[in-house]
Design a protein around this ligand. Structure first.
Ligand SMILES: NC(=O)c1ccc[n+]([C@@H]2O[C@H](COP(=O)([O-])OP(=O)(O)OC[C@H]3O[C@@H](n4cnc5c(N)ncnc54)[C@H](OP(=O)(O)O)[C@@H]3O)[C@@H](O)[C@H]2O)c1
Length: 312
């Protein structure tokens, strides 16, 4: 496994973590089983993955409860636990209460990385108030590091200006081969300021695993709203998947491992693929310890330049 420090903190995380939005009942499909997700987290740990990501909103707390069960078996101290406060709970008192409730569900008495899931969409709550609450938790030792998610550069700048005792260590944002909007502003800003990028949907919700095509589309609630899974778009990415398959074969890897390796080969970027089973978790953990060659990166780039999908 490969590890990096979260931002300027002393916290060392594996470059591949495990995301647990999947533990939200059947939103991700009828095949989701809590026991399998617990097994997936345990297998990840055995393979050197130490970062587990959840959120109060995933399954209305259910994901945190599932993660809590896995932590009990693995040992809390062995994992870096990242969770998030929803964008609807950013008032000072609500945020503090959210953190307490998350800790209860997770069965822990401190959170390693507490993240603001998304900025207040209505811009009603002063960001200063939210960041003061985050810093309070930090000073009290209830959280070890402050993170954000889905923050643009202007949000990051403002949020950081309200902190005096800590800095933001990470920004969790969408990033995969097909969805690269952060490359323009967010990525350079984060690199310059030593803020780790935690890539969500690094497999484009499964579109970059090679198992879906225009005739075989996932039918669950979450992905039914994802543009990528429209048959015409899956047809568009087929040539890319063929190239990834060739590269995977040459390197004795899987298509998913190639897609994840592409993500984490970017400086300061780590990935948190979601897994439903220990087999998926094991596959994903194998995305580290090697690098795509320049020639392979060029081939991928060539295919990507032919794809034009409007993600809205
Ligand atoms: N901060 C945010 O706003 C935000 C937003 C979204 C996600 N996240 C976090 O990021 C994590 C990952 O993102 P994501 O879940 O949206 O997408 P993802 O990691 O790109 O895709 C996950 C899905 O891909 C399939 N999969 C995973 N590994 C596989 C493998 N090795 N082989 C074959 N299929 C595999 C599984 O679904 P199937 O088997 O059903 O295909 C799994 O549910 C989430 O769990 C969550 O923790 C955060």
């Amino acid at each position: 496994m490969e590890y990096i420090n979260l931002g300027k903190s002393e916290i060392k995380v594996s470059k591949i973590g495990i995301g647990t939005w999947q533990a939200s009942g059947d939103a991700w499909g009828q095949d989701v089983l809590d026991e399998k997700i617990i097994e997936a987290i345990k297998r990840s740990y055995e393979l050197g993955v130490n970062l587990v990501d959840t959120a109060e909103i995933y399954g209305n707390g259910h994901s945190e409860t599932v993660v809590g069960k896995a932590l009990k078996e693995i040992g809390r101290e062995k994992m870096i636990v990242a969770t998030k406060v929803a964008g609807a709970h950013l008032r000072h008192d609500e945020l503090i209460k959210s953190a307490e409730n998350s800790m209860k569900r997770l069965g822990i008495n401190y959170i390693d990385l507490y993240q603001i899931h998304w900025p207040d969409p209505w811009e009603q709550i002063p960001l200063r108030e939210t960041m003061k609450a985050m810093e309070e938790l930090y000073v009290q030792g209830k959280i070890r590091a402050i993170g954000v998610s889905n923050f643009a550069v202007r949000d990051l700048e403002e949020a950081r200006s309200y902190l005096s005792k800590a800095d933001i260590v990470s920004n969790q944002v969408r990033y995969n081969m097909l969805q690269r909007e952060i490359e323009e502003e967010v990525m350079p800003y984060c690199r310059k300021n030593n803020i780790t990028i935690i890539a969500w949907s690094p497999l484009a919700q499964g579109a970059l695993t090679g198992k879906y095509n225009a005739e075989n589309v996932p039918r669950d609630r979450i992905r039914s709203g994802n543009e990528i899974f429209k048959p015409e778009n899956l047809m568009q990415i087929e040539p890319l998947l063929n190239v990834l398959k060739e590269i995977a074969k040459k390197n004795y890897k899987t298509i998913s491992q190639v897609a994840l390796n592409w993500v984490i080969s970017h400086e300061g970027v780590i990935a948190i693929p979601g897994a439903k089973t220990p087999e998926q978790a094991e596959d994903n953990a194998g995305a580290v310890g090697w690098r795509l060659s320049n020639e392979e990166l060029r081939l991928i780039e060539k295919e990507l330049s032919k794809i034009d999908i409007d993600y809205m």
